[in-house]
Design a protein around this ligand. Structure first.
Ligand SMILES: Nc1ncnc2c1ncn2[C@@H]1O[C@H](COP(=O)(O)OP(=O)(O)OP(=O)(O)O)[C@@H](O)[C@H]1O
Ligand SMILES: [Mg+2]
Length: 393
């Protein structure tokens, strides 16, 4: 028994029933030397490290375990043991130097904290990147949308000018009639009125005016629709709960917004099937549509077809966006969803569109697949559950 105590790598102090020091093994004497260097160093110094409450607890429960810090560098794991029954009155205390382990643990903890901080910073940066990419693409689109809005505004404005002339001619005509009516013999004024009517071109005005009004109204309605689409597209619902939404409406709104970039080279084909409402953040799904539509448009060099289709099966809805463009090379297919993967020239593509889209669809518990053949075209297919799993909806 004593041999085991002597050989133990940790310091061991054996005590008598009255708490006086009976025996200290070599490891204990070594530790005592570390605590109080010099010839007067005794194992008693070690014993002095045991907190008072440790004795009370050890007597009650049989043992007490704790850590004691000595100075800056030394940390000792201390165990106080009190025997019971046939060992009653026997006590011993162990001291293990855990300074190195604690230093390692501290270092690990520090690294862990640092990693966590970096992770939080990165997540924040990614969120910002996502937001700025969204803003950038909206900025890019703004020019196109401005053009779309400018056109109808332009002709409504010019129509208003014409209408003003027409109205003043009609007022002139009303004046002519009033003057004729006020004359003693109105019938004698007939030729004058007729001449006035011809001079003011009233017959033409009567034919043209309803047309101008209709055209202007259409123009205003178009602007209203585009503004509505923009609002729908950019509706920020990040912190809102997902809500059942009409994906086809979202696709059509988004299409209207990007149409300016596509209309000169793209023929649209639509094969819309039954589409129940899908629980989602519509603005985010619209962003995916926009990225896919822009990619499809960019893949078509001169003229081509974009095919939109949708449908629903079981508890899932799907939307596909296909193009007759250049296609994706076999070796690129596995990388297109990677952030910053782009085959487009600098300034044209950042390689974020699909990475962001992937993330959005993943967040909606859906999937996004691609099939492509070089020279034939590419089709992206998004599948989304109609209802989100309870915890995230
Ligand atoms: N419809 C498509 N036809 C052909 N290639 C495509 C199509 N969609 C994506 N790709 C390929 O995938 C790459 C990555 O697309 P992604 O939308 O992520 O980035 P990008 O279009 O290059 O840039 P960004 O969308 O950030 O402006 C593209 O550079 C292109 O090579
Ligand atoms: Mg893109």
């Amino acid at each position: 028994m004593l041999w085991a105590v002597e050989a133990a790598p940790m310091g061991v102090l054996l005590l008598g029933p009255d708490g006086t020091l009976g025996h200290a093994n070599p490891a204990a004497r070594h530790l005592a030397g570390l605590i109080a260097p010099g010839p007067q160093s005794t194992p008693q110094h070690l014993l002095g490290l045991v907190p008072d409450e440790a004795w009370a607890q050890a007597c009650q429960k049989g043992q007490w375990l704790g850590e004691v810090r000595v100075g800056d560098a030394l940390i000792l794991e201390v165990g106080v043991f009190c025997g019971a029954d046939e060992n009653a009155g026997r006590r011993f205390v162990t001291f293990t130097d855990v300074s190195a382990r604690s230093a390692r643990e501290l270092e690990l903890q520090q690294r862990h904290d640092e990693l966590e901080r970096t992770y939080r910073r990165l997540s924040g940066a990614q969120e910002q990147l996502l937001q700025s990419e969204k803003m950038a693409s909206i900025g890019q689109l703004a020019a196109g949308v401005a053009h779309e809005i400018n056109n109808p505004i332009g002709y409504v404005h010019s129509n208003l000018g014409t209408l003003r002339e027409y109205v003043s001619a009609l007022f002139g005509m009303i004046d002519a009639y009033s003057t004729a009516l006020a004359a003693p013999d109105p019938m004698s004024q007939r030729d004058t009125v007729q001449a006035q009517r011809q001079r003011l071109d009233i017959d033409f005005i009567l034919g043209d005016l309803p047309q101008l009004l209709d055209e202007s109204r259409e123009g205003i309605e178009r602007v209203t629709r585009i503004v509505q689409d923009l609002k729908e597209f950019s509706h920020v619902g990040r912190n809102e709960a997902m809500r059942p939404s009409d994906l086809v409406k979202g696709l059509e709104s988004t299409l209207n917004i990007v149409w300016n970039d596509l209309k000169y080279k793209v023929k649209l084909e639509k094969h819309y099937g039954e589409m129940p409402p899908v629980e989602c953040h519509p603005s985010e799904i619209n962003q995916v549509f926009m990225n896919l539509l822009i990619n499809a448009g960019q893949a078509i060099a001169e003229r081509g077809v974009i095919t939109l289709a949708c449908g629903a099966e079981d508890a899932e809805a799907w939307i596909s966006i296909g193009d007759s463009g250049c296609g994706i090379a076999e070796e690129s297919l596995g990388r297109i969803f990677d952030p910053f993967f782009t085959t487009k020239p600098i300034g044209r593509g950042t390689g974020l569109g699909l990475a962001i889209s992937y993330r959005i669809i993943e967040k909606h518990h859906g999937r996004i697949d691609v099939s492509s053949r070089v020279g034939t075209g590419t089709t992206f297919r998004i599948v989304l559950p109609l209802r989100q799993p309870a915890a995230t909806a």
